[in-house]
Write a protein that binds this ligand. Structure first.
Ligand code: MG
Length: 429
């Protein structure tokens, strides 16, 4: 393992992403305090806050009721995940014009390994400027991003966090550790409250303390090789990726003509999900975001996503994709209302994103529910492995998972963010 010279990685994070997209879509919201909420009630929390709202102390996770008290002229808008996914694709298209993309970490974060001839300060600044201007010009003037450059992707992410909004920070090997010493340990990605407690118990209170421990000591504190890996990355080493460092697991399929009716297509989508979920569990990972998409035989395309507490549980994931599927079908039907064409689905796909290891689920917004999920997962595990066993044995569809259709009200407690809550009559079944 060696310390990387120069700046090898770019990390980009969109600032207040969901809120910025809403400000882009509705110019009246620009320059105003805005929060995005998953439901139209005071008893849920903000899933994004504009910088104007952040100035009042409102953050992701603040209860809507409290946010309204902190800022009386607050604008609350319901999340529209279809829009956020569409903007995500446009942003990716723009970024890729200026630098290759290596990892898409989430809907608003990506990293890029710079080509060898671009690994210097001057070129890095030029690339960042081109990306920012390209996004303003071709995606939306209200969409800002922070960009960090550093010898590896962890340091690039840390650099990216240092200046918000619209930041540009370059962390060079030679500036370590001075450039990091002003940070709190909890400012580092991956160090949440639980890990911070473990560090404190080990007598490590500051960045300075952490910098000077031995890498093996970090491994002991983490109780995993991840700790040692984290230490090396922080020190500017290029650390080989662990096999578990998967950022996305997904499957898609072109449907045979006899499977193109929406009620048949969803059964294929559920099977693809089961396959992806099995792969994910085998890697010891949990997902916090599911995206599904579908293309019709007439070329229409829709994609919806749901965020959720970290889960490994197939039944929970299937409940989420069933809801997303109804949104997709409702949108296709709405677009098709005057054409009287029969709705046929040609291609379906499912992606599991925001993958995390259990040891890293520390500072999650929904952390309190993670344990419940794990318990629920073990309950469903027997059922799922039975299903997987049967499918492997007979190589055909002897069993499928069927879900009773539910109205949106039945899912209010699951904290999924919808684009909008559909009316019952919009459901295809
Ligand atoms: Mg962001």
């Amino acid at each position: 393992m060696k310390r990387e010279a120069g700046i090898k990685w770019l990390f980009l994070d969109l600032n207040s992403y969901f809120a910025s997209v809403e400000q882009q879509e509705n110019p009246k919201l620009r320059g105003k305090p805005v929060i995005v909420t998953p439901m139209d009630t005071d008893y849920t929390c903000a899933i994004a806050a504009s910088y104007e709202a952040k100035a009042y102390g409102i953050k992701t996770g603040t209860m809507v009721k409290d946010a309204k008290k902190m800022c009386p002229n607050l604008h609350c808008v319901m999340a529209r995940h279809d829009k956020y996914v569409a903007y995500h694709h446009r942003i990716i298209e723009e970024v890729i014009k200026h630098t290759p993309i290596n990892d898409i970490w989430s809907i608003d974060e990506l990293s890029s390994r710079l080509p060898p001839n671009k690994r210097n300060k001057e070129d890095a600044q030029k690339i960042a400027q081109k990306i920012k201007e390209g996004i303003w010009r071709n995606v939306g003037e209200a969409i800002n991003c922070s960009i960090g450059f550093a010898p590896n992707s962890l340091l690039a992410k840390i650099a990216c966090e240092m200046q918000k909004p619209d930041g540009l920070t370059i962390l060079e090997q030679e500036s370590l550790p001075q450039s990091l010493l002003h940070l709190e340990l909890t400012d580092l990605p991956g160090i949440g409250q639980n890990m911070n407690k473990r560090l404190r118990n080990a007598g490590i209170h500051t960045m300075h303390d952490f910098w000077h421990i031995a890498p093996k000591h970090a491994r002991k504190i983490w109780n995993s090789v991840e700790g040692e890996r984290f230490w090396y990355l922080l020190h500017g080493y290029e650390v080989p990726k662990l096999a578990t460092n998967t950022s996305m697991i997904g499957h898609s399929r072109i449907l045979d003509p006899n499977l193109r009716r929406p009620d048949r297509a969803i059964t294929i989508l559920r099977k693809l999900l089961m396959k992806a979920a099995t792969r994910m569990r085998n890697k010891g990972l949990y997902t916090r975001m599911i995206i599904i998409s579908a293309r019709t035989t007439t070329g229409q395309y829709q994609s919806y996503c749901a965020s959720m507490p970290a889960t490994q549980d197939t039944i929970t994931m299937i409940q989420h994709i069933d809801i997303l599927w109804r949104h997709i079908i409702a949108t296709f039907m709405q677009n098709n209302i005057h054409k009287r064409e029969i709705l046929l689905i040609k291609k379906v796909s499912v992606k599991l994103l925001k993958l995390t290891k259990e040891s890293m689920i520390t500072d999650d917004l929904f952390a309190q529910t993670t344990q419940q999920n794990i318990i629920k997962a073990t309950k469903n595990e027997a059922l799922i492995s039975a299903l997987e066993g049967l499918q492997a044995k007979y190589q055909k569809d002897v069993v499928t998972i069927g879900m009773t259709p539910k109205t949106s009200a039945g899912y209010v407690g699951t904290k999924i963010a919808f684009s909008r809550v559909p009316e019952t009559h919009e459901f295809w079944d």
